[in-house]
Structures are given as structure tokens and as C-alpha cells.
Design a protein around this ligand. Structure first.
Ligand SMILES: N[C@@H](CCC(=O)N[C@@H](CS)C(=O)NCC(=O)O)C(=O)O
Length: 223
């Protein structure tokens, strides 16, 4: 199998953590996509993922799978022993519910803020941003407010749960962790009063699947 991605980026990190959790690293060939050079917005890459984002998984039969949740479901179920996406109908439902909240309130929100209210990945990507959004910066800043509310929500969840979707580690934890990693790279700090979220983040960063890559946060071009 191949993964098209770039190391150090938050959504690619989600899948790299999944691979480590599942012991699948050795089965993957990584193909670097140069986001800073807008390689993901060119026809060759859009042919494998029309959304123009990484990561993308390519199966040995040539099938391309994009979207971290879909890739995670595939990798987690390969060995018939899903440990990240739930085993029972109830576990699956709760994990997907919390996963969707983590996507919507955290990782998508911080991504929109980063790409629209800050220089993002730099000048080379400007041409691919929506020119019709005259108030793009203001729009992006609203998503930072949403992200902060999201951190407060997940802090409240983690005050009574060991993990994001209950007692067990799941893909929803990976998504929240990657979103906080994205925030750190964008200069957004976790509020001091989010004590449960901060404690959970510290615990997560000691997890072997995370620890080995926690220093690998995207290096951004100078503004
Ligand atoms: N919903 C997508 C999000 C993927 C995503 O936004 N990836 C980022 C890298 S962290 C990306 O490719 N950004 C490039 C861009 O938006 O120009 C997923 O789950 O895979």
C-alpha cells in the first residue's frame, strides 16, 4: 500500500499514528506530496483525490481512498480486530459521533482559520484560495472562535471521561490530538482553564504511536 502525504502535517499525522497503533508501518510506502509547491492542487494529484488534500491511501489493486476517517476504518479493520473504530454497534456509534464533533469543531475549524486568516502555507497557495470570499480573513477568524469553543467542549468531555469517546482510546482521540498539533503550529494556545484537555494532551503525547512523531510539526514558510 502507498500513502500520499507530507510528514509533520496534522491530517497525515492522524494516519501515521493509526499505522503505528496497528503495527502497519512496514507495509506502507510513503509518497511525498509537496503542499508548499501546491502539488496537491495540480491535475495529477486531483485525479487521485478531487478534494486536493492529503493523506490518500492507495491499495495494491489501485483503489484510492481519501478522508482520514475512511482510511482509518480500512486500516483498523484489515486484521479483523478493530481497536480504534469500535467493535460493538454502540462503540462504533459513539466513536463516530465524537469523531464527527472533533472534525467539525476542531480540526476543520483550525484548518479554515489557518488557511484563510493567516498566511497559511505561503504565497504559492494564494492562487487556489476562493477569490470570491472578500471577507476571507474575518470568516477565518470566526472559525478560530469556533475552535476555542470546541476546545472548551472537549475539555468538559475529558473532565469525566478518560478518552474522547469514553473509557477507551479511539480514532476520535487521534483527531483531537492532531487538531491541537495544528493549533500549536498556527500559534494558537490551549486556554489554561482547559485543565482536563491539557492533562489528556500530555498523556497522549507519551503514547508510543504519538511520541515518536510529536516533534515533527510542519515548518511553515516565513510570512
Ligand atoms: N477531511 C480531510 C482533511 C485533509 C486535509 O485538510 N489535509 C490538509 C493537510 S493537514 C491538506 O491537504 N491541506 C492542503 C490545503 O488545504 O491546501 C481528511 O480527513 O483527510
Amino acid at each position: 500500500m502507498k500513502i500520499y502525504d507530507i510528514s509533520g502535517f496534522p491530517n497525515p499525522a492522524r494516519i501515521r499514528i493509526v499505522l503505528a497503533e496497528k503495527g502497519l508501518d512496514a507495509q506502507i510506502e510513503f509518497v511525498k506530496v509537496d503542499l508548499f509547491a501546491a502539488e496537491h492542487k495540480q491535475d495529477a494529484f486531483l485525479a487521485i483525490n478531487p478534494t486536493g488534500t492529503v493523506p490518500v491511501l492507495e491499495l495494491d489493486d489501485g483503489t484510492f481512498i481519501s478522508e482520514c476517517v475512511a482510511i482509518t476504518e480500512y486500516l483498523d479493520n484489515l486484521d479483523g480486530n478493530p481497536t480504534l473504530t469500535g467493535k460493538t454497534p454502540k462503540q462504533k456509534a459513539v466513536i463516530h459521533m465524537m469523531q464527527k464533533r472533533a472534525d467539525d469543531q476542531l480540526i476543520d475549524a483550525i484548518g479554515i482559520y489557518f488557511h484563510h486568516a493567516t498566511p497559511g502555507l505561503g504565497a504559492r497557495l494564494e492562487a487556489y484560495k476562493s477569490p470570491e470570499w472578500a471577507h476571507r480573513k474575518e470568516w477565518g477568524e470566526r472559525y478560530l472562535e469556533k475552535f476555542v469553543r470546541g476546545m472548551q467542549y472537549f475539555d468538559s468531555v475529558l473532565k469525566s471521561n478518560a478518552h474522547v469517546a469514553g473509557n477507551d482510546f479511539s480514532m476520535a482521540d487521534i483527531t483531537v490530538y492532531a487538531a491541537l498539533m495544528h493549533a500549536g503550529a498556527a500559534g494558537v494556545v490551549i486556554p489554561d482553564d482547559c485543565t482536563a484537555l491539557l492533562a489528556w494532551q500530555a498523556k497522549m503525547s507519551e503514547r508510543p504511536s504519538v511520541k515518536n512523531r510529536s516533534g515533527q510539526v510542519m515548518a511553515l514558510p516565513a510570512a
